[in-house]
Design a protein around this ligand. Structure first.
Ligand code: NAP
Length: 458
């Protein structure tokens, strides 16, 4: 994939970039290794001051950075601005809490025959971050803020379609005061990831992206015996049970499916509805989906912008065509609009069954499937009948139903009477083919630390 900014609203190539040479990559690795050695000797207070300065810079740059994000991957300007502000809050969260999250943990010294004993979290060194384009700032910051606060250095290999956002982020932390090289961008293609990952100066890697990319990085990291965190795809269920506030559930379902032009790993993708409320929910949901305004993401009146890449739209079209050819019913959408840009309308499909790709595969765009179920057992079986396990949402006011859903849904996050969202305070990640490891909260900052045991004798 060429490293280039191609406006998804027009299909026009705006800027292309030459990938870094082997010598450039070598220099970036050497700089990151020097920065990691320096960073591990800095205090939490120093790093927190730099991290807060990074948050201030993000907020000061919000207008220009949001415009770049919108041009590179098509999200609406309003959502780009919200993402930048959220990223700034994430930086401040770790600036404030990192020291407590990584505080040494005392151990009962007598029980281990020591005068004193404790465990302590220490940085691992340079961490490689392979990141996706869909939340091009938040995905990076939710790795970088905890990693840097722990005293690691970071090297970013961002998605090839967001190079200008990548370069902005590569410069951000040095501007904020961190040592040069503490965080840098590698403008390289995915084929060059292996060489960097195998380099002895790289201690670990995190990847957010597709299952295929995750498997590749995990295989190489496994061979090189390096720690990885993987945040991969999802096909999150959204359960609507008989006691639900159906109107609120349907309105939330529209946002949960279509936010970020439908390109979110934790977007609700499969709507599993109890037969008692199915007709009411599906009618309201379909109306809401059809009412969304699709268009120029820079226009404040737009709800849904284009799909980020031409290949991404083609993939969606194939999934819908396969389902329709095998008997699925289109309730709204399901066609390619005329004109330039990679637009695709909010689409709802019913009658999807296991013979169709849509039943199993992730839809990365505003395409929803609705399923009618007879009872909670069937709802849970269908919700869990997926290789993914990222998030799940449930709408119910029944305590017993809620308890069963929280206990039995196979995923990394359950949301009741709301839509799945990431927060710095809550751990984020998946099970099954959605990946492993956690980002955010205390679990996220500890992923790239060495938990060192200390035993002191007489
Ligand atoms: P992708 O193709 O896997 O790209 C993600 C990143 O991985 C890009 O930087 C890409 O570089 C790189 N990459 C691709 N193939 C690689 C390989 N074989 N080795 C090393 N690096 C490789 O993902 P996408 O389709 O653009 O993004 C959407 C996917 O990400 C969806 O499945 C979505 O659910 C998932 N996602 C997950 C989360 C989460 O937190 N769980 C969050 C957001 C998105 P190039 O751009 O140069 O190819």
């Amino acid at each position: 994939m060429a490293i280039a900014t191609v406006d998804p609203a027009t299909g026009v190539v705006e800027r292309t970039f030459t990938p870094m040479s082997a010598a450039d990559v070598e220099e970036a690795l050497a700089r990151a290794a020097r920065a990691a050695a320096a960073l591990r000797r800095t205090s939490f207070a120093e790093r927190a001051a730099w991290m807060r300065a990074a948050a201030d810079l993000l907020e000061a740059d919000v207008a220009t950075l949001a415009a770049t994000m919108t041009r590179e991957m098509g999200k609406t300007l309003a959502s780009a601005e919200a993402e930048i502000r959220k990223s700034a809050r994430g930086c401040r969260f770790y600036a404030e809490h990192a020291e407590a999250m990584l505080a040494p943990e005392p151990v009962d010294a007598a029980a281990v025959g020591a005068v004193s004993a404790w465990s302590v979290y220490q940085p691992l060194g340079v961490v490689l971050a392979v990141m996706p384009w869909n939340f091009p700032v938040w995905q990076v910051l939710r790795f970088a803020a905890p990693a840097l606060m722990a005293g690691n250095a970071g090297l970013l290999k961002h998605a090839s379609n967001v190079p200008q956002t990548a370069l902005y982020l590569g410069a951000l932390f040095a501007r904020a005061g961190f040592p040069a090289g503490a965080f840098g961008t590698l403008l390289i293609g995915s084929a060059d990831v292996e060489r960097v990952l195998r380099d002895d100066r790289v201690a670990a890697a995190t990847l957010t992206g597709s299952e295929a990319a995750g498997r590749s990085v995990a295989r190489i990291a496994g061979d090189a015996l390096k720690k990885t965190v993987l945040e991969l795809g999802g096909s999150d269920p959204f359960l609507v049970l008989p006691s639900a506030d159906v109107a609120r559930a349907a309105a939330t379902a529209v946002v949960a499916r279509c936010q970020n032009n439908g390109q979110s790993c934790i977007a609700a993708k499969r709507f599993i509805v109890h037969t008692d409320v199915y007709d009411e929910f599906v009618a309201a949901f379909t109306r809401g989906m059809a009412a969304l305004r699709v268009g120029d993401p820079a226009d404040p009146g737009t709800d849904v912008g284009p799909i980020a890449t031409e290949a991404g739209r083609a993939e969606l079209e194939e999934l819908v065509a396969d389902a329709v050819a095998n008997g699925a019913e289109v309730l709204t959408g399901g066609y390619r609009p005329a004109g330039p840009g990679w637009f695709y309308p909010p689409t709802v499909l019913a009658g999807v069954d296991p013979s169709m790709r849509l039943y199993r595969e992730e839809t990365f765009g505003p395409v929803a499937t609705v399923y009618r179920v007879a009872d909670l057992d069937e709802a849970l079986d269908l919700a869990n009948a997926t290789a993914f396990g990222l998030g799940a949402a449930v709408w119910t006011t029944d305590d017993a139903d809620r308890a069963r859903c929280v206990a039995e849904l196979e995923c990394g996050a359950v949301t009741v009477n709301g839509m799945t969202v990431s927060y710095p305070q809550l751990p984020f990640g998946g099970i099954k083919t959605s990946g492993y490891g956690r980002e955010l909260a205390a679990a996220g900052i500890r992923e790239f630390c060495n938990l060192k045991a200390v035993w002191i004798g007489q």
